[in-house]
Design a protein around this ligand. Sequence first.
Ligand SMILES: NC(=O)c1ccc[n+]([C@@H]2O[C@H](COP(=O)([O-])OP(=O)(O)OC[C@H]3O[C@@H](n4cnc5c(N)ncnc54)[C@H](OP(=O)(O)O)[C@@H]3O)[C@@H](O)[C@H]2O)c1
Length: 285
Amino acid sequence: MKIWIAGAAGQLGCALNDMAKEHRPDAELLNTDIDEVDVTDLSQVLGFVKEHQPDVIFDCAAVTDVGVCEDSPKYAFKVNAVGARNLAIAASRIQAKILLLSTDDVFNGIRQVPYHEFDETDPMTVYGKSKLAGENYVKEFAHDHFIIRSNWVFGRGSRTNFVNQILDAIETKTELHISDDQYGSPTSANALAVFMLHLIGSEEYGTYHVTCSGVCNRYEFAKEIVRLAKKDVKIIPVRTKKAEYCSARPTFTVLDNFLIQVLGLHEMPTWIDALEEYMKQEYKR
Ligand SMILES: NC(=O)c1ccc[n+]([C@@H]2O[C@H](COP(=O)([O-])OP(=O)(O)OC[C@H]3O[C@@H](n4cnc5c(N)ncnc54)[C@H](OP(=O)(O)O)[C@@H]3O)[C@@H](O)[C@H]2O)c1
C-alpha cells in the first residue's frame, strides 16, 4: 500500500512515520511538506498524485496555530480549506482513499457535555471555521473519505504543543499560571496514528471523534506533566484570560469517541498512560 502523507513534518506526520513501522510494515510512505508539495497549489497536488499514484492520502497539512488563524483568515482558509479541497480532488481523480484530520474547534463549546459525531457543528474560531470548510470540501469531492476530529494533540514534530511548552517552561521558571476553565482530552499523536493506520485498511468511511480517554482541564494536564517530569514547579490555576500557554478558544469541546465504540473499531489509551509513554520516549533532559 502506497501512502502519501501531506504535511509530513508536523506532529501527526512524524507519528505516522514512527508507528507505520510496526502497524503497517507493508506500506510505502511518501512524505511531503510545504517545500515539496504546497497543498494550496492544485497543479502541484495533481502532479504529485499523477506521478506517484498513492492508494491513500493523509491530509496532515494545516495551519494549527489558533492565533495565527485569527490574525490571517485568508491564510487559514487557504491551507485548511482549499488545501483539503485540492487533496480531495486529487484523491477522487486517482480513486485513492483520503483521511483528513480535523478538530474539536468545529463545535462552539458552550454546553458542558461531550460532543459526538452527530452533534451540530458551530465553530467560533477562524481555525474551527476553516477546518470545517475543509471537512465539507472532502465530503463533497472525495467519495472514499475518513475525517478524524481530535483534541489537544501532543507528539514529536512540534515544540509548541502544550506538553512541550510546559517542559520548556519548567526548565527556567518556578511558577506557571495555567487555565482551569478549558477542558479537553489530551491525545498522543502516536495513539492517534495507530488508529489512522488501522482505519485506512477498512471501508468504514465517515467522520470519527478520536481522542485518548479521560477528560481534564489545562491546569490538571500541566500538573501531570510536571509530576512526570519530577520538577518542583508550582502550578497556579487561573482563568483563561490570565493564563499562559493557551489561546482563547471554546472552553468545553470534549469529544465523545461515540462511533468507534458503536462500531467496535478501536480502543484508545487513557491520556495519563499516553502522556507517560510520550514522556518516557521524548523527555530526555
Ligand atoms: N495539534 C492539535 O492539537 C490538533 C488537534 C486536533 C486536530 N489537529 C489536526 O491534525 C492535523 C495535523 O496536526 P499537527 O498537530 O500534526 O500539526 P502541525 O504539527 O502544525 O503540522 C502541520 C504541518 O503542515 C505543514 N503545512 C502548513 N502549510 C502547508 C502547505 N500549504 N502545504 C503543505 N504543508 C503545509 C506545516 O508546515 P509549517 O510548520 O512549516 O507551517 C506542518 O509541518 C491538522 O489538520 C490539525 O488541524 C491537530
